[in-house]
Design a protein around this ligand. Sequence first.
Ligand code: UDP
Length: 480
Amino acid sequence: MALTQQAAAELHIFFFPFMSPGHLIPMVDIARLIATHGIKVSIATTPHNISRFKSMLLRDNSSTANYNHINLYELQFPFTAANLPENCENLDCLPTRQLSYNFSKATMMLQPQADHLVRLHSPDAIVSDFNLPWTAQIAAKYGIPRLAFYGTCCFSISISVAMAISSHANTISSDTEPFLVPEFFNKHVEAESKTYGVVANSFYELEQEYVDYYEKIAGKKVWPVGPVSLFNTKTIDITERGNKASIEKDKILTWLDSRRPNDVLYVCFGSISVFAKSQILEIGLGLEASKRPFIWVIRDNIANQDGVLPDGFEERVKNRGLIIKGWAPQVLILNHSAVGGFMTHCGWNSVLESVTAGVPLITWPLFGEQFYNENFVVNRLGIGVGIGVETGLAWGEEEEIGALVKWDRVVETVNRLMGGGEAVEEMRERVSQLGELARSAVAKGGSSVVNIGRLVEDLLSLKNEKLMNRQNIGAMRNHE
Ligand code: UDP
């Protein structure tokens, strides 16, 4: 399936990422990955989001032979029209959850600018986040394929779709009662009819049956091309991935170097999660009482509020706890041998980065598909311990709900994972084997590399088909 340079160079793919770190980060990696195959790639997003990855692209362009330049196109974000504060261009910048609707409205208003770009540059395909549904209309208008990126695994996409259309969901008696997910219906296939296929940040060996299942039931091609975090091999790219870290790389590494292997728990709930202050207090008290070394990442908009951490907490834990207020270099941390556990909200990127680093998880889902990801981690892969949350938080209601998990449950779960024992050793063994499989998938001849080749071949043959059809129509007209 080797691509000739000439064939690849004929393709131009336009990327439209969604403006949230969990979507932007992997999609930029996918764009970079595709560009290494000699394909012309363009990314269209807003200026602030471009600033988060531009220096990485400049490094790519200056260092890699045969690396095609990635074109960046700015979309102006309609703050005023959507009643948003200026520079609020990413979901993680929203000062309050109440503005989520305005944010979503603003992303919908980008369609005319995107349409203009596509008309001007005539790409051969669009890779779009599923949160930007209008790209399907643009793709249809210009007769090019649209590939969707969901930001999660095939297991969760399959369950999400089935849940949305399942009549069984209406017959269960409580939110926690388990039920069998039925087959997909044509309805979903119709709704997604304008999408040619799905590019996933996953790897085939991790969820083979769900990749096949989704492909079959949705009638679409699925290309798992990850884990895309592994595409970052330079320390600077790993450290700056997604945003500028709020702590010096050397400070973190020195701190981790002084710890024993597998001794540190890394605690981070992703880029957009919000907790009630009372819940953060309980987490702090639990980490303190566990007496184990930890790195705890607290988003800066929360960390800088008064009274968030227990009184005197930072002083009391200073010899064994590192608190990062703001953006942490997550992949750098997870890959240090001192890290032996990850307490996570089960955002898919975090799960996959942990699997890739061979680190078992404490799962604490907060909303949406994070619960499906937890199920996959704990029940299917057997590489995690659940903290025991059964219900999700509705977007924006965190403060009203308060603390769902008390400090003693935090201690108990942390000790279960970090305390070792036979069950945990088996988990470590399983997750490190999956980490090996992940690395093989992105190595030469691996499944993800082969999938990128297939994807490009597919797009190329679609393009050729289109050209031939045009020529045939032209010839028929001449004949008439
Ligand atoms: N991330 C990071 N540092 C942080 C917080 C998050 O590098 O302080 C990265 C993390 O490595 C992952 C992404 O941001 O790649 C978060 O995506 P995920 O799907 O885990 O969760 P989300 O933020 O979308 O809820």
